[in-house]
Design a protein around this ligand. Structure first.
Ligand code: 1CP
Length: 341
């Protein structure tokens, strides 16, 4: 690997500077992505290896990030399990027949991932070839709780109240569903690794909607199974947005990296997570809209607070579609130019 800063940082090895990438780095802020978005539907872009490959490589070529992340979506998993998933323009994900009852569970299954998601593995094979060992490739999946949120609520939400009510009023069903998602996800991530993913990230975007006890029972219990199944093969990164209260427990799973959002100070995150794990984050994505000199100052502040050791520079959540390309590049360049210790 020509640039293996990310893998080194995840293994706890000394690096010349922290590696940098951005969550949702392949996407709508890039004009080159918008060209392909005009021509092809969202799932068509995911399901066509040549398109997924081209989109995955865009931020590597245009922005100069230290890692590629597979272009796909967490919602291909419910799709593979048998639920219809649409992406409605300017509205987001829509699942017309969500899971509400025991009967609904009969409609879904733990699929053979090679029958349902082979296009993802084909994309990975192609991406690895095109990357030609320039930077590592990150594979990913949603955490079971976050996937349940969409499978039950049927669409995006700020609170996912219907998904929570499902867990609290029908716990037996909820845990059956969570286990089905977990089993599918383990097979899915293992096949991503076999196809060439160098590391995998588990996105629990809605983990922070749960209190500490529910997070343990509904989310972390299943994330732990995923980490245990994968960690001997590749480093695993857990990103549970808002679930800062569980950093210690997440570090204890055996994951190599923990993503954090901007609502926790780096020092506190480090003291909770301990010294034996790599932290990743945590720039407020909206700060990429600041004037470039201000943005650079803020990035340097973040870098100084984390220091260069077991640290990956990233945003605290996905990049926003209205970020100018030169601001995204300024974020990455500031990390590359950082002269702290
Ligand atoms: O072009 C478009 O309009 C589609 C926008 C889009 C994109 C670019 C969606 C729909 N998904 C993606 C790609 C995507 N999704 C990636 C690609 C790799 C990358 O560049 O990082 C990844 C990692 C995801 C993961 C994802 N999808 C998450 C977890 C991360 C996060 O941001 O919290 C979630 C929650 C989703 C669901 C989803 N898919 C798309 C949207 C707009 C959403 C969020 C909807 C909501 O707010 O509920």
């Amino acid at each position: 690997m020509k640039n293996d800063l990310l893998l080194k940082a995840l293994r706890g090895e000394v690096t010349s500077r922290p590696p940098v990438w951005m969550m949702r780095q392949a996407g709508r802020y890039l004009p080159e992505y918008m060209v392909l978005r005009e021509k092809y539907g969202f799932f068509e872009r995911c399901q066509t290896p040549e398109l997924a490959c081209e989109i995955t490589l865009q931020p590597v070529d245009i922005i100069g990030v230290d890692a590629a992340i597979l272009f796909s979506d967490i919602l291909v998993v419910p799709q593979a399990m048998g639920l219809e998933v649409q992406l409605v323009e300017s509205k987001g994900p829509f699942l017309p027949e969500p899971i509400k009852t025991g009967n609904d569970l009969e409609r879904i299954r733990v699929p053979d991932v090679h029958e349902t998601l082979q296009y993802v593995f084909d994309a990975i094979t192609l991406i690895k070839k095109e990357l030609n060992r320039r930077v590592p490739l990150i594979g990913f999946a949603g955490a079971p709780w976050t996937i349940l949120c969409y499978m039950v609520q049927g669409k995006g939400s700020k609170t996912f109240d219907e998904a929570k009510a499902f867990c609290y009023t029908q716990p037996v069903l909820a845990h059956r569903l969570l286990q089905m998602i977990t089993d599918t996800t383990i097979a899915y991530l293992k096949a991503q690794v076999k196809a060439g993913a160098d590391t995998v990230q588990v996105f629990d975007s809605w983990g922070g909607l749960l209190g500490p006890e529910d997070f343990e029972n509904i989310s972390l219990k299943y994330i732990r199974q995923i980490v245990h199944a994968l960690k001997e093969e590749v480093p695993v990164i857990i990103f549970a947005k808002g679930a800062w209260y569980a950093l210690k427990e997440m570090a204890a799973t055996g994951a190599s990296g923990l993503g954090i959002d901007w609502c926790i100070k780096p020092g506190l995150a480090r003291s909770m997570a301990g010294n034996n794990i790599t932290l990743q984050g945590n720039f407020d994505p909206a700060k990429l809209l600041s004037p470039i000199p201000e943005l650079k100052k803020e990035v340097n502040k973040m870098l100084n607070a984390f220091g260069n050791g077991r640290y990956i520079a990233n945003l605290g959540h996905g990049i926003l579609p209205n970020v100018p390309v030169d601001h995204a590049r300024a974020f990455v360049d500031t990390v590359k130019e950082w002269e702290g210790t």
